[in-house]
Design a protein around this ligand. Structure first.
Ligand code: GRF
Length: 190
């Protein structure tokens, strides 16, 4: 049976779009909705372009996620995929979807994870620490942020000439290359 994926995204949504396109051509799963905590998130425009239903939920709805849970049920969601989602996932959702919430982090966890480590902050910290490599970590979400079981990692070199922007670009390439197919592997391995 084709599984249903909900994507949560707060930003540009380039990963969300890659995931939508990947599963458009597959019968393993499909993206059925994209939810955001930001009404102006470009991720919502990208989803609409591909005829995927979108929904904005303001901050207070994420704190008491009754309506969000109802919507996930309405869409028969099997998996939640976080693609640049900047809020903490409510506990109630973690309990409803054990090992079925997947996140991508733009560094090699357990390094450079946790509070405040998102977006450009991560790449700045990696460069300041003069790391020789960085990468991506795809992992399950559990109660402890950025500490769920790792599913997949890929690395890239950090050169002395790299800036947070150039490193972000390398990381995005890795994300686009690996996130959709890693999600698919998780789904078909069930
Ligand atoms: C990605 O780098 C992801 O690792 C991080 O947020 C960024 C989202 O990028 N969690 P985009 O919105 O998918 O372009």
């Amino acid at each position: 049976m084709r599984k249903n994926i909900a994507i949560f995204a707060s930003g540009s949504g380039s990963n969300a779009e890659k995931i939508i396109l990947h599963f458009n051509a597959k019968n393993t799963a499909q993206v059925v909705c994209v939810f955001s905590n930001k009404s102006e998130a470009y991720a919502l425009n990208r989803a609409k372009k591909h005829n995927i239903p979108t929904q904005f939920f303001p901050f207070k709805e994420w704190r008491t996620p009754t309506n969000i849970i109802q919507k996930l049920k309405d869409f028969n969601v099997d998996y939640i995929v976080l693609a640049g989602f900047l809020l903490k996932v409510p506990q109630a959702l973690i309990h409803l979807y054990p090992n079925r919430i997947i996140n991508i982090h733009p560094a090699l966890l357990p390094k450079y994870g946790g509070k405040g480590m998102y977006g450009e902050n991560v790449h700045k910290a990696v460069i300041e620490a003069k790391e020789k490599e960085s990468g991506i970590t795809i992992h399950f979400i559990d109660e402890d942020y950025d500490k769920g079981t790792t599913i997949f990692q890929a690395k890239c070199k950090v050169l002395p000439t790299d800036t947070p922007e150039s490193l972000a670009e390398k990381i995005h390439k890795l994300e686009h290359q690996y996130y959709p197919k890693t999600i698919e592997e998780v789904i078909i391995s069930e």
